[in-house]
Design a protein around this ligand. Structure first.
Ligand code: NAP
Length: 549
């Protein structure tokens, strides 16, 4: 009886090297790792030793005899990955993570090696962990975070009903608390301290700042009240200080979510789920109150391609289906069947095809998966009132989407565009505005004017590769960037003398990690009495007012 990987797999592959029979795939060196929706256990290779279960940072692995009812489909999903013969053709010897180098005694010129890490989300934290894993390297890591809380996307991006995913932050907080790490909270690089000041004081500056701004649709009416970018909406329900006053009007009967990636699904689920589902989570109180008073009857998730090209992942569809049951439906045609599908593509297609096409009338909101339609205009008198959706056609060769003249005008009270995230430029750091990332070569930041990389400046995570992948995808991404940094170090490119002792004087208002620990324990204590993981403090003034016990 095998172990099974379930919905909240974070893809960080910590389970892979500990498996004695190498039966968890794809491994990070296999070609489909970068695009894999999750990792899968071969039921015929698993010897039920439980090593993967102990290694998984988010509790996503379960023995099949103990699977909760809602996770039963993952038995078949894990097995489906291995339905293709070549997927079973792996070596039985365990996959080994590339070893870290032993630095004892070198590089003497740079000791201690001073590294500034900007950000405390998954990208930055996986980088810190990999730096700390180096043997014999005399390191001083200073971490800068503009908020008083750590965690970045884990706190403000992961949906409140995905609590197990958030447990990954426990190991991040442990790393930030280690000897050799100083944390400066409430310090915005580019505002409170400049990039040039960091570059002067540190052998290397590594940016792991994520991507927090919405990508725009670029259609008329997008600026109307009631049309909100998903990054802002997600930050609102997760209690991000910058979005705590966002105006979210849920009094209308219909919300339209544009795009059908996992963010669109998070948004749709939060809008549709009732108090029973969200009331016991760490959703921000202001969002919970608004959702309780919601008048929504329909949440329409609109995709410009057909169902075979759905951007959401199968685990998330299984989760939504489990939550909503027959209230989830799909109207109109699904679009063309998948061409040359893999076993996993067929599984996903069959799952979407099996959804009902109509829903029983009722008071509870219905989620509609709407395909082959793209928004062309949003209109309303001062605020969103209707959205025009046009039928689309997709060129099978190029994948290009064209809109037709066939349009529908739908009355709508809320439009959320979940069409991607953009990184925010940092003064003094190169920025590729078209791709909305920091231009880089494998993590080395490129000086666009000179056309070369700048030794000592690195980037990782969504600011490096764009907004793709799940939390754990940042682990391999961070390894690549840190490896670039370390090889520059070994090549003597980061040898100049550096002194960062005056940094606390440059940012006298900064708080240390103890500030976050106070917020964390206060929030958890507040949640305990009402059976919630925490009650978030969303006002930085309230956070800063928490004094040491
Ligand atoms: P995404 O997966 O890239 O989806 C973006 C969606 O927006 C696609 O459906 C895309 O359609 C659509 N889109 C883009 N431009 C559009 C336009 N002009 N008009 C209409 N539609 C447009 O991005 P995401 O949902 O923001 O997620 C970002 C990453 O975070 C993903 O890797 C996701 O898996 C991950 N994530 C994971 C979880 C989870 O595991 N629970 C939760 C949240 C996010 P096309 O395909 O046609 O371009």
């Amino acid at each position: 009886m095998p172990y099974v990987i379930t919905q909240h797999c974070c893809n960080d592959a910590a389970c892979v090297p500990v498996c004695p029979t190498n039966c968890i795939h794809p491994t990070p060196d296999e070609p489909d790792y970068g695009t894999a929706e999750m990792l899968y256990i071969d039921p015929d290779g698993c010897i039920e030793c439980g090593a993967c279960l102990d290694a998984c940072p988010v509790g996503a692995i379960e023995p099949d005899y103990d699977l909760p009812q809602g996770s039963m489909p993952f038995l078949e999903l894990n097995a489906t990955y291995y339905a293709e013969p070549e997927k079973r053709d792996y070596e039985q010897t365990p996959w080994e993570e590339p070893g870290v180098r032993n630095w004892s005694g070198e590089p003497a010129a740079a000791a201690p090696v001073r590294i500034a890490v900007v950000g405390t989300g998954p990208a930055a934290n996986y980088a810190v962990q990999y730096l700390q894993a180096q043997r014999g390297l005399d390191l001083q890591i200073d971490v800068f975070e503009k908020l008083l809380t750590t965690g970045g996307l884990v706190r403000f991006g992961v949906a409140p009903d995905h609590q197990s995913t958030k447990t990954v932050s426990d190991s991040f907080d442990r790393s930030l608390g280690q000897k050799g790490v100083r944390v400066f909270l409430g310090v915005e690089v580019g505002v409170d301290i400049t990039h040039a000041q960091l570059a002067e004081r540190y052998h290397a500056v590594l940016y792991g700042v994520g991507a927090s701004q919405p990508r725009r649709l670029g259609i008329a009416g997008e600026g109307l009240a009631g049309c909100i970018g998903a990054p802002d909406f997600v930050a609102w329900y997760n209690g991000h200080p910058d979005q705590r006053d966002l105006e979210v009007d849920l009094s209308g009967e219909r919300a339209v979510v544009i795009g059908n990636g996992n963010v669109a699904f998070d948004v749709a689920r939060v809008l549709a789920a009732g108090d029973d589902h969200l009331g016991g989570t760490d959703i921000a109180d202001h969002a919970l109150a608004s959702l309780r008073a919601s008048g929504l009857k329909e949440i329409r998730v609109v995709a410009r391609r057909g169902a075979a090209a759905s951007a959401f992942t199968t685990p998330e569809l299984l989760g939504l289906k489990e939550l909503l049951g027959d209230r989830l439906l799909r109207v109109d045609d699904l679009g063309p069947e998948p061409a040359a599908p893999t076993a996993l593509d067929s599984y996903k297609w069959d799952l979407i095809r099996s959804l009902p096409t109509s829903a029983p009338a009722g008071d509870e909101p219905v989620v509609v998966l709407d395909y082959c339609r793209a928004p062309v205009e949003i209109s309303g008198d001062g605020r969103v009132g209707s959205i025009r959706l046009a039928r689309t056609a997709v060129d099978p060769a190029s994948g290009a989407v064209t809109v037709s003249e066939e349009v529908d005008d739908l009355p709508v009270g809320l439009v959320i565009s979940a069409v991607g995230y953009r990184a925010v430029p940092i003064a003094g750091v190169p920025f590729d505005d078209a791709r909305a990332v920091v231009p880089n070569d494998g993590g080395r930041v490129i000086d666009v004017d000179a056309g070369t990389t700048t030794p000592g400046v690195y980037v990782t995570g969504w600011a490096k590769r764009g907004p793709s992948g799940v939390i754990g995808s940042n682990r391999q991404c961070a390894r690549q960037s840190v490896d670039a940094l370390l090889s520059d170090l070994a090549d003597g490119k980061l040898d100049a003398a550096k002194d960062a002792t005056d940094v606390p004087e440059l940012v006298p208002h900064a708080h240390g990690l103890d500030m976050w620990r106070r917020i964390d324990s206060h929030e958890r204590a507040q949640g305990r009495g009402v059976r919630r993981p925490r009650i978030k403090l969303v006002d930085p003034a309230d956070q800063a007012a928490l004094t040491a016990p």
